[in-house]
Design a protein around this ligand. Structure first.
Ligand SMILES: [Zn+2]
Length: 141
């Protein structure tokens, strides 16, 4: 996952150090993340981050006007948990299936507290519609 240094800094700094979970969306062009928008989620009852899809879609439309494209979703984990939960994986698969055919890859980095570490994951949509998820290298530009 290639990301501009200022964007990485912004997502790390915006994430809370204690529950409830928060997150946001990532955008850019030519496979480089160069823009982000933090969101405290549409649901404050549970402790899992649930994006406010309506709000985020408005942001994505604004980005597209400036030729920035949706590239993924980040969210925060607490207590050093740097692996995806079952809920995370289900959610990622749902998002990948909802994407238009032109989007075959999205990034799902975690911001892991308390050390505010970024752990990137990437999801690919394969030809048969299967979703492949793996951890990725962090490349700061
Ligand atoms: Zn999670």
């Amino acid at each position: 996952m290639k990301i501009k240094e200022d964007v990485l800094k912004a997502i790390l700094e915006e994430m809370p150090v204690a529950p409830p979970e928060a997150g946001g969306i990532l955008g850019g062009r030519e496979d480089i993340i160069s823009i982000c928008f933090a969101d405290n989620g549409g649901n404050t009852l549970g402790c899992s981050y649930i994006p406010d899809v309506k709000k985020l879609n408005i942001i994505i439309k604004q980005w597209e006007k400036n030729k920035y494209y949706f590239m993924g979703i980040f969210h925060v984990h607490f207590f050093c948990v740097d692996t995806l939960s079952e809920g995370d994986i289900k959610y990622m698969e749902r998002i990948m299936h909802a994407m238009p055919e032109t989007i075959r890859k999205l990034y799902f980095p975690l911001v892991v507290q308390p050390h505010t570490k970024c752990v990137p994951y990437v999801a690919y949509k394969e030809k048969e519609g299967k979703i492949l998820i793996r951890q990725d290298e962090l490349e700061i530009l």
